[in-house]
Design a protein around this ligand. Structure first.
Ligand code: 5GP
Length: 120
């Protein structure tokens, strides 16, 4: 995956063409509540740069962008008070993982027992 679609939904959120419920923002990262939450806390953490996937991000992003994304996940978890109880962060990457939005995003889930990692 490499061709970035500038009209994907998260690109439009970044351009403020459509609203989001923001929980965190810095120079490199935006995070907002998922529109269809799968847990009491379900936040999407995205780089501001135009990256389709982790493959794309790891190849083209700066060290500062990569560090900011990972640091943001933990910062948001603390901010939302789920650092002690625990949480899950994951990114669906590509077709086999059912990635729906072609802009890299990390899901952050918390607020309840999350169960097994994968459907069996
Ligand atoms: P994926 O399946 O690509 O890993 O996850 C895409 C996520 O984006 C889904 O959890 C879906 O609910 C969320 N999503 C799709 N469209 C919107 C939107 O317009 N706003 C927000 N906040 N989340 C969205």
């Amino acid at each position: 995956m490499s061709d970035y679609d500038p009209n994907n939904i998260f690109a439009r959120i970044l351009r403020k063409e459509i609203p989001c419920k923001k929980v965190f923002e810095d120079d490199h990262v935006l995070a907002f509540h998922d529109i269809n939450p799968q847990a009491p806390i379900h936040v999407l953490v995205i780089p501001k740069g135009a990256y389709v996937s982790l493959d794309d991000f790891s190849a083209r992003a700066s060290d500062a962008e990569i560090a900011a994304l990972m640091r943001a996940v933990a910062t948001i978890a603390r901010q939302l008070g789920i650092d002690d109880s625990g949480y899950r962060f994951l990114a669906n990457n590509g077709a086999n993982a059912h990635q729906e939005v072609p802009h890299l995003h990390i899901h952050l889930f918390g607020g309840r027992q999350l169960g097994p990692m994968l459907k069996r």
